[in-house]
Design a protein around this ligand. Structure first.
Ligand code: ZN
Length: 131
């Protein structure tokens, strides 16, 4: 992969993500190393390739989940936030989970769900692309 040129803000985000993911990467590397050590020469390829791919996909999904959770923090405004429809104070009534399908597998995300008593609308903030 080519060296990425990041803004200072992007580099700060990258360093924060790296700190959060380091432990997961090390744990996965140890599992992969143990998998390799458990296979004799005749079985390093073939079925083992699928096992390695699955583990790497799970790790990639964890990277995406972590990045999405970090970016949606602006969507969690605490106990109350202005309703986007009528501007009345909407109350946080739940912390809802959502599963997104990605190329690397399912991604489980959670966010605050708000309800506006004035107009009856329910909504989540931020990351509208989540649906
Ligand atoms: Zn409203």
């Amino acid at each position: 992969m080519a060296e990425l040129c990041l803004t200072p803000e992007q580099e700060a985000e990258a360093q924060a993500l790296f700190q959060r993911l380091k432990t997961a990467f090390e744990r996965e590397a140890l599992q992969l190393a143990r998998l390799m050590a458990s296979k004799d020469d005749r079985h390093l390829l073939g079925g083992t390739e699928f096992e390695v791919r699955d583990q790497v996909h799970r790790l990639g999904a964890q990277v995406l989940e972590t990045a999405l959770q970090e970016r949606k923090k602006g969507g969690d405004q605490g106990a109350s936030t202005p309703c986007p429809s009528c501007s009345a104070a909407a109350r946080c009534v739940a912390y809802r989970g959502k599963t997104l399908v990605s190329l690397l597998g399912p991604l489980r995300l959670e966010r605050h769900y708000y309800h506006c008593a004035a107009c009856g609308q329910g909504f989540c903030l931020g990351m509208g692309c989540w649906g």
